[in-house]
Design a protein around this ligand. Structure first.
Ligand code: F0G
Length: 468
C-alpha cells in the first residue's frame, strides 16, 4: 500500500543531503539529485540526515515503543515507524508491504555449537519477500517515485530482484532485473516472475550485471535500486533501531552479518552510529562480517591491513582487489567486486569488529544447526553462525558475550541446497554453471535424509524406534 503518512513521533530529521564518503572530496548534493556515485571523485555516497540530538532520548524511545502498538498504516511498517530518522518529508508517497518487525530468536543449539552460552538470531527472512532487502526497497521505491523515475533496475543474485519486483509493482513502476543466468536459486527467480518484473538473464556473473546497471543508471528514465543507492541503505539501517528496541536498549557485544555486496553491513553500521550520535546508545556493538571463502575480497583485504590501517579511519585503502571468478554455493553472496566495500570496512573498523571467511562445509553445517533450532535460513545467512564459531574459537568473541547474528534470507529461498545436504549429495559445484574447480563433496554432518518405508502401521512404528 501507499499510505498518507501519519505523524507518530516528533520528527528530528531536517531535509538532509547526499555526501561523498571521501573526506578529501567532501562534496555534498541535494537529496533529489539522482546520482549514485560522487560526480566529482567517483566514490560512493551516503545520506546525511541532519539528525538533531533529542533533548530527551527516553521520550523518543518511548514514542517508538508506543508506535509499535499503533494500528496506523505508517506505524505497521518496521521501516516507516522510524520516519523521524529517515530523509523523507512528511508528505512523501511512502511505499510499504509491511516490512520489518522481524523476530529475534534465542537459538540454544546454535549457541552450543558455537561455544556460547546464548546466541540470538535476528531473522530478516521474515520480511514480505523473504529477505532483508525489503526494508531498503521500501525507502528506495519511495525515492524512485519522488524522483519521477519510470523504471527501477537492479543487478541481483536473486533476493534484491525479488524484493525490487514486489516493491516496484506496489509503487506502480516497471522493474527490470539483471540476473547472472543459471546462478540464481529457482525460488528467487520464481518470485521475480510472479511479481511481474522484466527479468533479463545475462551470460556472466553478478559483478558483470552490476557493471551494466551502473552504465544504465545514466539514463534519465532509470532508477538504480542496488545498495549503491544510498536511499536503500536508509531503509536497511532501521534494523539497528528495531533490534535495539528488542534488546531493551542493552547494546549486544557483537553483531555478525554475512557479506556480499556490503550494503547490509554498511546499513547496520550507519544505524548504530546514528543511535550513538543521538545519545540513544552509549557504545557501538562490534560489527563483524563473514564472507564465503571463494568470494571473499574484503576479508582478504582486511587480513592484510597493517596495525595503523586498522585504526586510521581517515585513510582507508584506496583499492579493493576483486575476486575475478567468485565461487560459493551460497549464491546470494557469490560476489567478487562489492560496491559498498569501503563504507562497510569503515563501519567494521570503527566498531572493532572483524571480517573473516568460512568454508563451504562450515556454512553447510551451520545452516543445518540453525535448522535444528527450528529457525532455518538460506545458505548465505548461515555464514554468520559459522563465523561466530570461528570467532569464539579465536577468542575475539567471549563465551558469555551477548551476540546477535543477522539472518538475511528465509530457508525456503533455496530448498535444493537443503535437500542435497540432507541426502548427502551436496558438492562444492552443485548447480554451478561456471565452476572452474572439480566438485568436492560436502559432508552432511547433520544429515537427515528421507527414509522410504512400507505403507503400513507396523513398518512406520518400527522406523520410529530405529536410532537416528
Ligand atoms: N544474504 C542474503 C540472503 C543476500 O541475498 C545477500 C545479498 C547477502 C546476504 C549479502 O548482503 O550484499 O548487503 O552484503 N544479496 C544481493 C542480491 C547481492 O542481489 O540479492 P550484502
Amino acid at each position: 500500500m501507499r499510505g498518507r503518512p501519519v505523524r507518530a513521533v516528533k520528527k528530528i530529521a531536517e531535509p538532509g543531503a547526499q555526501r561523498c564518503i571521501n573526506r578529501a572530496c567532501g562534496a555534498t548534493y541535494g537529496l533529489q539529485e539522482r546520482i549514485y556515485l560522487c560526480p566529482r571523485c567517483g566514490e560512493t555516497l551516503e545520506i546525511d540526515c541532519r539528525l538533531a540530538r533529542p533533548k530527551n532520548p527516553d521520550a523518543l524511545r518511548r514514542s517508538w515503543a508506543a508506535s509499535a502498538n499503533s494500528k496506523l498504516p505508517r506505524d505497521s511498517s518496521g521501516v516507516w515507524r522510524y520516519h523521524a530518522m529517515l530523509p523523507f518529508e512528511d508528505d512523501a508517497p511512502l511505499v510499504t508491504l509491511f516490512e520489518g518487525n522481524t523476530p529475534l530468536f534465542h537459538a540454544p543449539r546454535s549457541a552450543k555449537y558455537c561455544g556460547l552460552s546464548d546466541l540470538r538470531l535476528k531473522h530478516q527472512g521474515y520480511n514480505p519477500t523473504g529477505s532483508f532487502k525489503d526494508t531498503g526497497m521500501a525507502t528506495a521505491m519511495t525515492q524512485a517515485l519522488i524522483s519521477g523515475a519510470r523504471t527501477a533496475i537492479c543487478a541481483s543474485t536473486g533476493n534484491t530482484a525479488a524484493s525490487l519486483a514486489a516493491y516496484a509493482a506496489r509503487a506502480g513502476l516497471q522493474a527490470a532485473i539483471l540476473l547472472p543466468r543459471g546462478q540464481v536459486s529457482p525460488s528467487k527467480l520464481a518470485q521475480s516472475l510472479d511479481y511481474g518484473a522484466l527479468v533479463l538473464e545475462i551470460d556472466g556473473n553478478f559483478d558483470a550485471c552490476m557493471r551494466l546497471v551502473q552504465e544504465l543508471g545514466d539514463d534519465p528514465s532509470i532508477y538504480v535500486a542496488n545498495s549503491i543507492n544510498p536511499f536503500r541503505i536508509e531503509g536497511q539501517k532501521t534494523v539497528a533501531f528495531e533490534l535495539m528496541e528488542q534488546c531493551l536498549w542493552q547494546v549486544p557485544h557483537h553483531i555478525v552479518v554475512p557479506g556480499g555486496n556490503m550494503g547490509n553491513s554498511t546499513a547496520l553500521g550507519k544505524g548504530f552510529q546514528e543511535l550513538l550520535d543521538l545519545g540513544l546508545i552509549s557504545r557501538l556493538p562490534k560489527l563483524s562480517v563473514i564472507q564465503a571463502e571463494g568470494a571473499a575480497p574484503l576479508a582478504h583485504l582486511f587480513a592484510n591491513l597493517g596495525p595503523k590501517q586498522r585504526t586510521d579511519l581517515e585513510h582507508l585503502p584506496e583499492k579493493l582487489e576483486p575476486v575475478a571468478n567468485p565461487q560459493t554455493l551460497a549464491t546470494a553472496i557469490k560476489i567478487g567486486a562489492p560496491v559498498s566495500w569501503k563504507k562497510a570496512l569503515r563501519a567494521v573498523l570503527r566498531s572493532g569488529g572483524k571480517i573473516i571467511t568460512v568454508s563451504e562445509q562450515e556454512i553447510a553445517d551451520a545452516k543445518a544447526m540453525i535448522g535444528r533450532d527450528s529457525i532455518g535460513c538460506e545458505p548465505a545467512s548461515a555464514t554468520t553462525v559459522a563465523g561466530i564459531k570461528k570467532l569464539v574459537a579465536a577468542g575475539h568473541i567471549g563465551r558469555k558475550d551477548d551476540v546477535v547474528a543477522v539472518l538475511t534470507g528465509h530457508a525456503l529461498k533455496d530448498p535444493d541446497y537443503m535437500i542435497r545436504y540432507h541426502e548427502g549429495t551436496l558438492t562444492s559445484a552443485a548447480g554451478a554453471v561456471d565452476a572452474l574447480v572439480l566438485p568436492k563433496p560436502i559432508a552432511g554432518a547433520f544429515q537427515n535424509a528421507p527414509q522410504r518405508v512400507a505403507g503400513n502401521k507396523t513398518a512406520i512404528l518400527a522406523s520410529l524406534e530405529r536410532p537416528r
